[in-house]
Design a protein around this ligand. Structure first.
Ligand code: LHQ
Length: 262
């Protein structure tokens, strides 16, 4: 399959849908695919029509992480450093810098850097037979693409460490208990449920949702004093939006607000 088809992209009803599309390889990443994926997230951030993003995988898996067959054997240390720093890092940053909600619809196993990708999204819904697999330790590697940052923040250090070193799949139900996924759903209903959720969010006040993402990600790494100041700044910014005016007006007029994302 041509690399340009390995990431599908479409915009409809305010939602950008990004689909990993190498199903015969469980959507394992090639460098070109990582670059295309990152470009799509940047594009979704810049496109004013897009107010929320849905990420999913074609076929049985969500993403098997790094394609281990592309190195022509054991990857050299320099090759690994290059791909982690120059391909995975910009991809993960493109999701965190995209100030719109990004939902991962996890349709099958999310393994290795595929798990990192899923965890870098803001929200997750998993098919009931899907799973998260920190596959790194199975091949003698450490978590990369942000997995150690996201996992420790989501479930705490000790549970994160247990998951990382066990090399076993964490099934959807356990992910729900641990807070690794927001929702689980019947496998047949995954896409429809995820679309309903993302379309709902695409009707919400987009700027406020984006600024909320910014300050909450900032809050994971800063103290209260800094965050109280950051909130004041962002709140000031939010009050200048049309959606803020619409929200107040609709409340006073006792009707549902119609947000435009501006
Ligand atoms: C694959 C892959 C794959 C190639 C399935 N590559 N073909 C690491 C190193 C260097 C640089 C940077 O970053 C990283 C970060 C990482 O991501 S390290 C972790 C890499 N990923 C893995 O170790 C996962 C390896 N795969 C698996 O454990 C299983 O395949 C999973 C659990 C993903 C899926 O299991 P099943 O659903 O049972 O499918 P399968 O194993 O039968 O796979 C289907 C096909 O996909 C198969 O090919 P074949 O020709 O036999 O049909 C696999 O070889 C291929 N495939 N993952 N990562």
């Amino acid at each position: 399959m041509a690399e340009e088809q390995a990431v599908l992209y479409g915009v409809e009803e305010g939602v950008a849908t990004v689909t990993l599309n190498r199903p015969e390889r469980r959507n394992a990443f090639t460098p070109a695919m990582l670059q295309a994926l990152r470009d799509r997230f940047v594009e979704a951030g810049q496109d004013e029509r897009v107010r929320a993003v849905l990420l999913t995988g074609a076929g049985k898996g969500f993403c098997a992480g790094q394609d281990l067959s592309i190195f022509g054997g054991i990857p050299t240390p320099d090759a690994v450093r290059d791909v982690v720093l120059n391909y995975y890092r910009p991809l993960i940053e493109s999701i965190c810098h995209l100030e719109k909600p990004v939902i991962a619809a996890i349709n099958g196993v999310a393994a290795g850097a595929g798990a990192s990708l899923a965890l870098a999204c803001d929200l997750r819904v998993m098919a009931e037979d899907a799973s998260i697999l920190m596959a790194f330790s199975n091949i003698g590697l450490v978590p990369d693409a942000g997995a150690s940052w996201f996992l420790t923040r989501l479930v705490g250090y000790s549970r994160a460490y247990e998951i990382a070193i066990s090399g076993e799949r964490v099934p959807a139900l356990r992910c729900l208990e641990l807070g690794l996924t927001n929702r689980i759903t019947a496998t047949d209903a995954l896409l429809a449920d995820a679309q309903q959720w993302v379309r709902y969010l695409a009707q919400r006040p987009t700027v406020a949702l984006g600024l909320t993402k910014r300050v909450m990600l900032q809050a994971t790494g800063q103290d209260l004093a800094a965050i109280l100041v950051a909130e004041a700044e962002l709140q000031t910014q939010a009050t200048t939006t049309a959606d803020h005016r619409e929200g107040i007006t609709a409340f006073v007029e006792k009707r549902h607000p119609v947000f435009t994302g501006r």
